[in-house]
Structure formats: structure tokens, C-alpha cells
Ligand binder design. Sequence first.
Ligand SMILES: *[C@@H]1O[C@H](CO)[C@@H](O)[C@H](O)[C@H]1NC(C)=O
Ligand SMILES: *[C@@H]1O[C@H](CO)[C@@H](O)[C@H](O)[C@H]1NC(C)=O
Length: 453
Amino acid sequence: MSHWAGLLSTAAKVNLLVLVVSVVFSWSSLSDRVPEFALTKIEENDIKDDSRKELITEDDADPEDLEVFYPTHQWQTIRPGQAVPAGSHVRLNLQTGDREAKLPDSENGRNLIAGLRVDVDSNLFTSQELKKALAKMKESEKAERKAHEEEVRKKFRPIEQLKEEFEKLNVKMETDYEIMVKLISKFNSSASTLDEKVAALYDLEYYVHQVDNAKDFLSIGGLQLVIDGLNSTEAVLKEHAAFVLGAALSSNPKIQIEAIEGGALQKLLVILATEQPLAVKKKALFALSSMLRHFPYAQQQFLKLGGLQVLRSLFRQKGMETLHVRVVTLLYDLIVEKVRSQEGGDGTRPEKIQQYRQVKLVPAVVEQDWCVVVSNLLAMPEHDTREKVLKTVGVLMAFCKERFRGDPTLSTTLSLLRSEYEELAAEEQREGDKDGYFKELLGSVNTIIQELR
Ligand SMILES: *[C@@H]1O[C@H](CO)[C@@H](O)[C@H](O)[C@H]1NC(C)=O
Ligand SMILES: *[C@@H]1O[C@H](CO)[C@@H](O)[C@H](O)[C@H]1NC(C)=O
């Protein structure tokens, strides 16, 4: 944790009790009917197309695992991974390093709108304790990084504000650049232990999300180091290298180009094609998705290298079930991207349209029989999974119609889904929700049934 060492230059002891942070999540876009559902959409949203929802997550947690924190009037500890509703008051308890939240007290008049505030108290804390608490806060912030990219970006604000607060307290923080240089050399040093290397990658992942930091990361030489880390003999290094890479690639065309030239695509495919722990594959799939999105050149190379077969093989391996819906979501995104580029409606430049033309995705999808793989996933119990799959079945309809028609399991599944959603939609309506979530799902099911008549 060397980079926290520079955090406090003069202050040996700082009088701080709690750092109170207002939650940066916005629930405005979330469905009223099932907020839990909406929150489970862990999304990496692309800047260029923020209407598109993507399931691929940078985090270990499966969508099903994400919990919602229900605030009361008492302070309660927020567990890692819990999503906290907007308007809650969240504080960092410097004594325990835990984050706690509760419903706001209107009577105490605290002004929390701006985000962060520091309450000064007579309790004394050493700089060591403060650093520890900050590191912990960073960790739990990581767990929160499960919302929109928009929110991911907002999430950096408290740190920015923290810096300001520290500047006011006459303490100096290192720049992100300086911190990244240190982390990269820690990762690269043969004197570092495996744990230290993993910790360095873990911290780097936090920085490279920001576009400017990712560019510095490239110029410092960090990108090539993490690409080389993808074929490390240590699974845990592979996993964290892929995590950093995926974060740096997200919506960053410059990094996408450099990474493909640095051989990242082949290495990611090797990870996905060979026997590896699930955690490693998960992160590799995340990095692969970040690499391919909005980058038709990488999509072409991916197809040429047999990448689609590699993803297909994940459906034959045991224990990889949690990856299936992510793969299908990626496929959906790639198909939609290609279709949109052909329509030319999203301002795609002519060279790019030309590149998309060379992405021979559909023939490969049909040839490898993705039609059946996708429709089989409709049997999954989670509504949000089914929602993704229904959408994918919808876009595949143009090429898979005959295959779908000849699949008796699919027609049984669709009938079952229809009755289930008819019931849920009726219940939803009785509760006064006319355009509810289940009604929408029922609509998708009915459309598919009709198209298959
Ligand atoms: C990593 O370490 C090697 C060997 O010490 C050195 O040559 C290289 O420049 C270092 N790379 C970076 C990016 O620091
Ligand atoms: C990883 O791959 C690179 C280039 O393909 C190679 O030079 C390096 O030795 C490999 N590292 C390991 C640990 O296999």
C-alpha cells in the first residue's frame, strides 16, 4: 500500500471521525417495480451508445449475487457488493474501516448534497489508521462499481473530493500518474511477491478506468506488461491482468488498437480455450468483450482466429454455466452493432462501415449452431437472464427461424414462459403497474411465438 504512504506528508495525526459520503448512485433509471432486478444489470456501458445494455461485468459477482442494502434509521454496515439506494447517508467509519449507511435524518441539517464531507471530532487517529480506512473505502467502492459506466465515472468523484479535502488539511496526495508508475514497477519487479503483484494489479484496475489514466498507463509501458501477464503461469496473475486490461480497454479506442497489436486477443482466446479456473475465464471474457465492442477490426480478427468457436466451446465445458449469459450478451451486442452499422443510422464513418462489412459474423453463428445454444438458455430461471436471451432470440430470428421452428423444446419452453408471464403480468397490473416489466417480457415471448407460427 505504498501509494497511500504519500497521502499524508506532514500530518502525523489527523482529527477525523467519519467521512460522510452521499451515495452517488442514481435510481432514476431503475424500474420501480423491481429495483432488485434493475440493479442486477451490471453494466459496462459504452460511451458511444448509452442506450445499449450490456451484461458483461468487470466484477466477480454474478448478477444474481448482487444484494440491495435496505437502509433504516440506524447505521448499518454495508457489506461488499451491496448496492445502496440514492439518498441514503453513507459514512466511512474510520475506527472499523467499514462503510455504514442509513436513511437520512432530515432534522440534523447536515448538508450532504455535494457528496463528501468530513466531520472533525476530538478523537485522534494516526495516519496509519486513516490510510487503512481509505484503502478499505476504496475496496468497498470497488464492490459498488457495478452500476452504469456513468455511475462508475461519478464514483471517482468522492476520491477527487477527498483529495480536495486533504489539500485543505494541508496533506498532499500523489497524482494518479505517480501512483501508476509505482504500481507498475511493483508489478514488474522480480523482487515483488505474488501477493504484491496481485495487489498492484488490483490497485491499477482502479486507475485505468479513466480514459486519461489509461493513456498514461500505455505510455508508462503498463499495457504491454499486463498483456504479457495474460500468459503467466500463475492463474491469479492471469485473472488480475485480464481485469486491468478489460478496464483499460473499456470504451477506449486507442487502448483497443494498442492491445490488439500487443497480442492481447490471441492470449485472451488461449485462456478461454484452455482449462482455467472460472475466475480467470470470467475476467478474460470481460477483457475480450471490452476489446471487441465497437472495434470491427478486432471482431474480424476474432472470427479469423476462431474466437467464436472458442466461445461456443464454453457451452460444452462443465462449470462454465455462469459465463453463458455473458457470452450470449456479447453475441447480441456484436450482431446489433453490425446491423446498426449497415443501417448507417448511428453516424458510423464509411471506413468503419466497410470494416463492419468484413465481419462475417452471421454465417459463423449459423454454421456453429448458436441458434440452439441461445434458445436453450431460455430455460434459465432468472428473469433478467431470460430478458437478455429473449432479445438475442429476437435478433437471431432472421437467420435461425427454421432451426427454431424445428425445435420442440423451444416451443414447449416458450409456452411455459408465456403462462408464467401472463400470470406475473396480471399480478403486476392488479398492483397498478400498467407497463410493467413482466408485461414487457410477455410481449417479447408472444412476438417470438408469433414469428415462429
Ligand atoms: C520491467 O522490468 C524489466 C526488467 O527489469 C525492464 O527492462 C522494463 O523496462 C520494465 N518495464 C517497465 C514498463 O517498467
Ligand atoms: C508469454 O508469451 C510471450 C509471447 O508470446 C512469451 O515471450 C513469454 O515467454 C510467455 N510467458 C510465459 C510465462 O509463458
